[in-house]
Design a protein around this ligand. Structure first.
Ligand code: 13P
Ligand code: ZN
Ligand code: NA
Length: 283
C-alpha cells in the first residue's frame, strides 16, 4: 500500500536522515525507483507533477505505484508535486495520492496561508500529507517557471507564522536552491535553514535537489530538511542512456534493449541519492 509521508518524514527528521522524493515521468520509472529502493532497504517517495498526472492519469499512477510498492515490499509515499490548483489536488487525493503540495508561493503571504489552509482542511480526516512553499525557488519545474531575479528566500518568522496559521505538516522554505542543473555554484543559506529549523517543528523539504554537492545535501538534511526532491538528474540519467543506445545502435528497436539500459541508469542514480541522504537500511 501507499502510506502518508507525514510519519515517514517525522521519523526521518528525528533520526537525522533524509527521504528522497523522486519525480517519476512514466510507469516504468515507478518500478525502477522502487526496485532500487528495495534493493537497499530504503523507504522512498514517488512524486509526479501536474503535467504527469494529465499525461498518465491519477488513477493509473496510484494503482501502478501501489502495485509496485506491494511487489517490492517497500514503504512508499505518492506525492503530487507543485500543484497550484485546488481541484487537481482534490482529484489526486480522491484517486489515492498520500501527499500533496499546494504551491501558492507565487501569491502574497496571506493568500498562500488561505490556499494552503483550504487543502489542510480538505485532508483533515484523511491520512494524507500536505506540503506548502514559502519564498520562491528559481528555475523550471514543469509548468512553473521562476527567474533568478524573482527568486526569494523564505523568512524564518514567516515560516513559523505560516505553520501556526495553516497547520501544514511539512514546509518547503526557499533557501537558495534551484530547480534543474545549476549554472554556477549554488549559494545555500545554511544559517537561514538553521533559523527556520529552530522555530518550526515540522519536517522541511529541500527542492531543487539535482546537482547539489553531496556535502551540501547532507548539511541540509542534518538541519531538518527531511524530504529531498530529485527530478532532473534522474530523468536525465535514463534519457541519456536511451539516447546513447540509439546513437550506438540506430537500428535496434527492441524496447526491452533500450529500456533495460534506462532502468540500469535510473537504478544507479536512485541508489546514489538514497545513500547520500542516509535512508538505506531504514525500512
Ligand atoms: P531538481 O530538478 O533540481 O531535482 O528539483 C526537483 C524538485 O524540486 C521537484 O519539486
Ligand atoms: Zn520543486
Ligand atoms: Na537543482
Amino acid at each position: 500500500p501507499l502510506y502518508s509521508t507525514t510519519p515517514m518524514l517525522q521519523k526521518a527528521k528525528a533520526d537525522k536522515h533524509g527521504i528522497v522524493a523522486f519525480n517519476v515521468h512514466s510507469f516504468d520509472s515507478i518500478f525502477w525507483v522502487l526496485e532500487a529502493a528495495a534493493e537497499i532497504s530504503s523507504p522512498v517517495i514517488l512524486q509526479t507533477t501536474v503535467g504527469t498526472v494529465k499525461q498518465l492519469g491519477a488513477q493509473n499512477i496510484v494503482r501502478t505505484a501501489a502495485a509496485a510498492s506491494d511487489y517490492y515490499n517497500t514503504p512508499t509515499g505518492l506525492h503530487l508535486d507543485h500543484c497550484t490548483d485546488y481541484e487537481v489536488i482534490k482529484q489526486a487525493v480522491r484517486a489515492g495520492y498520500t501527499s500533496v503540495m499546494m504551491d501558492a508561493s507565487m501569491h502574497p503571504f496571506e493568500e498562500n496561508v488561505s490556499r494552503t489552509r483550504e487543502v489542510v482542511d480538505l485532508a483533515e480526516s484523511l491520512d494524507v500529507n500536505i506540503e506548502a512553499e514559502l519564498g520562491k525557488v528559481s528555475g523550471v519545474e514543469d509548468e512553473i517557471v521562476v527567474s533568478e531575479s524573482d527568486a526569494q528566500k523564505a523568512v524564518p518568522a514567516e515560516c513559523r507564522e505560516f505553520v501556526e496559521k495553516t497547520g501544514v505538516p511539512t514546509l518547503a522554505p526557499a533557501i537558495g536552491t534551484a530547480h534543474g542543473i545549476y549554472k554556477g555554484e549554488p549559494n545555500i543559506d545554511f544559517d537561514r535553514i538553521e533559523d527556520i529549523s529552530n522555530i518550526v517543528n515540522v519536517p522541511l523539504v529541500l527542492h531543487g535537489g539535482s546537482a547539489l554537492p553531496d556535502d551540501v545535501v547532507k548539511r541540509c538534511v542534518a538541519l531538518g530538511m527531511a524530504k529531498v526532491n530529485v527530478s532532473t538528474e534522474l530523468k536525465n540519467a535514463y534519457s541519456e542512456a536511451i539516447r546513447k543506445h540509439f546513437v550506438e545502435n540506430p537500428d535496434s528497436l527492441d524496447p526491452r534493449r533500450y529500456l533495460q539500459k534506462a532502468k540500469d541508469a535510473a537504478k544507479e542514480m536512485v541508489k546514489t541519492k538514497i545513500i547520500m541522504v542516509g535512508s538505506q537500511d531504514k525500512v
